[in-house]
Ligand binder design. Structure first.
Ligand code: ATP
Ligand code: MG
Length: 242
């Protein structure tokens, strides 16, 4: 006798789970209650576009998901791991292996070659064959001919591809991207977005993408609209089971 099948989201735990997350940043007069009770569940392998006005808390939400910012109240779980159970070293190790991060301004290390930018974080995460993996990842983003270039010797689009290779190299379960096309011209931005979605689908990575570009957000499976630190609107697939 087989049990009746229910929504698979119920049987497999979500890749990202936020439950009533609150976060206040800053001191004194600059204190801001940035996240005001955010609950969200992102099923594994989905892509989610996060949109909302400037200052609504989108980047902060990504920082929380990436374990770069601790919450004041509420619960953050990635791949079943509750961040509050991890100390700083544990969280850094978890991040290194499970979370890829892409920023608007690339954040490459200027005195390292493109290959080193990808390989060194792998080494730090204790991943074997870091330089071989990094080289393969550079080829996967079409930069096999730019291994020994420094960031200043590459175009913006190339630098962002290096940043994507770096984010993807540990084969993270979760990829978060904050305005990854924001500093690029339209055509280059589209190429980066194409690459991002292709890699995400190939690998079954869960992607959370913050963007001001409605067209880019629409390419995601689901959308979340944030306003003043709250979720104004989220696709049905993302509503946390309470
Ligand atoms: N360290 C901090 N101290 C005080 N306030 C902060 C801090 N970081 C962010 N904030 C405030 O939190 C709010 C949300 O910031 P956040 O960067 O998350 O917005 P955002 O939605 O990403 O905006 P944008 O679209 O402009 O990038 C803003 O009002 C910002 O001023
Ligand atoms: Mg932002």
């Amino acid at each position: 006798m087989s049990a009746p099948h229910h929504d698979t989201a119920l049987s497999s735990s979500p890749a990202i789970e936020l439950d009533d997350v609150h976060l206040t940043l800053g001191e004194g007069a600059s204190r801001v209650h940035v996240l005001r009770g955010i609950s969200l569940a992102v099923p594994a392998g989905r892509s989610v576009g996060v949109v909302g006005p400037s200052g609504s808390g989108k980047s902060t939400l990504l920082m929380v998901m990436a374990g770069l910012e601790r919450v004041d109240k509420g619960c953050v779980k990635l791949a079943g791991e509750d961040f509050s159970d991890l100390d700083e070293d544990g969280l850094a190790a978890f991040r290194g292996r499970n979370i890829g991060i892409v920023f608007q301004s690339f954040h490459l290390i200027p005195n390292m070659t493109a290959l080193e930018n990808v390989a060194v974080p792998l080494e730090l995460a204790g991943i074997a064959d870091a330089f071989d993996k990094a080289e393969a990842e550079m080829k996967a983003v079409g930069l096999g001919e730019r291994l020994t270039h420094y960031p200043s010797q590459m175009s913006g689009g190339e630098q962002q591809r290096v940043a994507m290779a770096r984010a993807l190299a540990p084969d993270p379960k979760i990829l978060v991207a904050d305005e990854p096309t924001g500093n690029l011209d339209g055509e280059t931005g589209t190429q980066i977005a194409d690459l991002l979605f292709t890699k995400q689908r190939e690998r079954g990575t869960t992607l959370v993408l913050v963007t001001h570009d409605p067209k880019l957000a629409e390419r995601c499976d689901d959308m979340v609209r944030v306003r003043q630190g709250e979720i104004e609107d989220a696709g049905a697939a993302l509503v946390a089971a309470q």
